[in-house]
Design a protein around this ligand. Structure first.
Ligand SMILES: Cc1cc2nc3c(=O)[nH]c(=O)nc-3n(C[C@H](O)[C@H](O)[C@H](O)COP(=O)(O)O)c2cc1C
Length: 232
């Protein structure tokens, strides 16, 4: 039976990003997990008015959204623990600027988006939701495959607000549009496999064989996975 939790916002996991702004002419970064896609070229970030970064965004009307990778977890968490009022967080990274000139970005982050504030939603008690128009996106070549952003290389940091947890991206499940189609296939999905020669170790040394299965919409969770094998 489902328990009622009261009002609990459960739109998680969310990507954890570093939002950058120039405050009094100096780069500052804060950790943000309350962000979202508003349109193809618009992004939202919910920033508490008490944040040092907020002052800079208001000052310039610009900000950046930097996507850190897993290896930047310590710095990412740190930027959410301390304020630019007390610590110079710009010194933690190599900073660069783009066309807007006032939105500092972090070179170490695989992806950077520089944004101009397009709209401010100021109906919440502690936060404003800043809607930014992305004017340029930057991505290092090593994080792209075939001209597209390769998320297995970016390794973004995900955040679950209900347990304050950081997570990594799991395995890719499929492709938009094709997964729904396949669940309707009456004739079934056929898969075959074979053992790579010499891949067995220990007691399975010499294992060889091949098998497969046909899964239909009705049985795909229960199809037996067997392998007819020979041991040499
Ligand atoms: C994982 C994580 C996510 C956070 N998300 C937000 C957020 O979405 N909005 C916000 O105002 N503060 C958020 N914070 C808190 C700020 O990052 C934190 O108060 C930071 O020290 C503010 O820095 P500043 O004063 O230099 O701007 C988050 C902190 C962490 C650790």
């Amino acid at each position: 039976m489902k328990a009622t939790l009261g009002v609990e916002n459960c739109l998680f996991p969310m990507p954890t990003v570093l939002v950058g702004a120039n405050v009094n002419g100096k780069p500052n970064y804060m950790t943000v997990a309350w962000g979202g896609v508003m349109d193809f070229d618009y992004i939202s970030v919910a920033i508490a008015r008490a944040r040092h970064t907020y002052v800079g965004i208001k000052e310039n009307g610009t900000f950046s959204v930097n996507v850190p990778s897993l290896e930047m977890l310590a710095q990412t968490d740190y930027c959410g623990l301390v304020s630019g009022k007390d610590v110079d967080k710009g010194k933690l990274f190599e900073n660069f600027y783009g066309t807007l000139e006032t939105a500092p970005m972090i070179r170490e982050c695989p992806i950077n988006m520089e944004c101009r504030v397009a709209h401010v939603i100021d109906i919440f008690p502690t936060h404003d939701v800043l809607v930014g128009k992305i004017v340029q996106t930057y991505c290092d070549e090593v994080y792209r495959t075939g001209g597209k952003i390769d998320w297995t290389r970016v390794q973004p940091i995900l955040f679950t607000g209900t347990d304050a947890g950081y997570w990594s991206l799991g395995r890719r499940l499929g492709v938009i549009g094709s997964e729904g189609k396949s669940s309707n296939r009456a004739e079934g999905e056929r898969t075959t496999w074979s053992v790579v020669p010499n891949s067995g170790t220990g007691g399975l040394l010499g294992l060889r064989g091949k098998d497969g299965f046909v899964a239909t919409r009705e049985n795909y969770l229960q199809v037996p996975f067997t392998l007819d094998h020979d041991l040499e």
